[in-house]
Design a protein around this ligand. Structure first.
Ligand code: SF4
Length: 425
């Protein structure tokens, strides 16, 4: 029995009750959202996790992706990244290692976090193919499905799977041309495999089998964004829209089989196309939870891409995106450090909150509390509401004023103190 099947039969599970409490909505709202495919709660029969609801009417959630690369393999650093992500307030974690002993790294990361963990089985399948058969294009289809099931049994809660890349998608990618190709590793691997072998994507042709695996291990299916553009000038093109249409149809099919589904969205999008992307995605997927990757809204600020993505994430969340994949300051430059993971999560959490202030008006209460605390020059209350109280306290403590009511920004000419003397707000 899956959580979707329970929801369709009118059963309110413990997970639904927890999400209802966390979000201040009714249990039936959550149950109906899951039954209709508008909400997911990534769970796993193999692991107990911190429950997290994603979807319509719920707070925008933030994912932090970590993992090794072929150049940097350090399990302890990956565990530390998981810890920093959790400390910074990430809602979920994706373990995306492409270097070292994948299974061991994933096992250790999973053992060291309470968060729901996501993966991309395709990475492991293709990289194992390099070791076993000499090149990614020699990957065997059976290995791909075997690895998917193995990762599920490790307690993976959700998986990004590149189902929407088929010959139609590849044809459109080839015909229209792009300025900067595509930046999805899964998309690149699968496209190369299809072209080399002149075969259709097995995740598309064997989708029913994939759904069986998802169902058996109760994994939430995240329909991968393999056609992700690597430049804002390539956003919202035919290949991306084609992939979305295929994913939307398959998402309905999976949900009809009682599998929870999320649909992933693009990664580089100029501000004026974000609302259209969210509306299109929500419309064609029958309102499935939208997992927005970033989006990066300008390509010329490497070193600050956490902030660039936060601008895009705030807008996409305000327009209806439900789930944001963070971006770190190291994006496009290097594998992030644990400190950069922390920074990336904080930037995305700020963006998610800013979006929620528009999408879910009730989330403005914290801002009102901060406004009052500032008016009262009540620093402890300000720190209590602050998204990162440690940093806020640290900055103030480093530069304390002579008169501890105000701060060293205006010193004796603290506007709040002057006005409070004459007005009672
Ligand atoms: S000194 Fe200036 S910045 Fe600091 S609390 Fe007063 S008005 Fe605000």
């Amino acid at each position: 029995m899956s959580i979707v099947a329970d929801a369709k039969r009118g059963i309110v599970t413990d997970e639904m009750k927890i999400v209802a409490r966390q979000e201040g909505v009714t249990e039936d709202f959550v149950r109906r959202g899951i039954a209709e495919g508008h909400i997911v709660i990534p769970v796993s029969p193999y692991r107990t996790v911190r429950i997290c609801g994603i979807g319509e009417g719920l707070r925008t959630k933030v994912n932090a992706s970590i993992g090794t690369s072929t150049d940097i393999v350090d399990i302890q650093m990956e565990i530390e990244k998981a810890r920093q992500a959790e400390l910074a307030g990430a809602d979920t974690l994706m373990e995306l290692s492409t270097g070292g002993d994948f299974a061991e790294i994933r096992r250790q990361v999973i053992a060291n976090t309470n968060l729901s963990v996501g993966s991309v089985p395709l990475y492991q399948a293709f990289i194992e193919a390099v070791d076993k058969y000499g090149a990614v294009v020699h990957m065997k289809e059976d290995d791909l499905f075997r690895i998917t099931a193995e990762q599920a049994k490790l307690g993976t809660n959700f998986m990004a799977i590149h189902t929407g890349i088929n010959w139609e998608t590849v044809k459109r990618l080839r015909n229209q041309g792009r300025h900067a190709g595509l930046v999805s590793r899964g998309g690149a691997f699968m496209t190369a495999w299809m072209l080399h072998n002149e075969k259709e994507n097995p995740l598309y042709t064997e989708f029913d089998y994939l759904v069986e695996i998802m169902k058996e291990h109760e994994v939430t299916l995240s329909m991968g964004n393999g056609m992700r553009a690597g430049a804002v000038h390539d956003a919202t093109d035919r290949a991306a829209v084609q992939e979305l249409l295929i994913n939307a149809e398959l998402a309905d099919k999976a949900h009809a089989e009682n599998v929870q589904v999320i649909v992933e969205g693009p990664g580089h999008v100029p501000i004026d196309e974000i609302a259209a992307n969210v509306t299109l995605m929500k419309r064609v997927t029958n309102n499935k939870p939208f997992y927005m990757l970033g989006p990066i809204v300008t390509d010329i600020a490497p070193g600050y891409d956490d902030r660039v993505a936060a601008i895009g994430a705030a807008i996409s969340s305000s327009c209806g995106a439900d789930f944001i994949c963070y971006v770190t300051p190291a994006e496009h430059l290097a594998l992030p450090t644990p400190e950069e993971v922390y920074e990336g999560v904080i930037s995305s959490r700020i963006a998610a909150h800013v979006g929620d202030m528009i999408k879910l008006k009730k989330t403005r209460e914290a801002d009102l509390e901060m406004g009052h605390a500032r008016r009262d020059l009540d620093w402890e209350r300000q720190f209590a509401v602050a998204m990162n109280p440690v940093r806020a306290r640290q900055i103030r403590d480093e530069r304390m004023p002579a008169d501890t009511d105000g701060c060293t920004m205006c010193g004796d000419y603290c506007a709040i103190k002057i006005v409070n003397r004459y007005f009672k707000f």
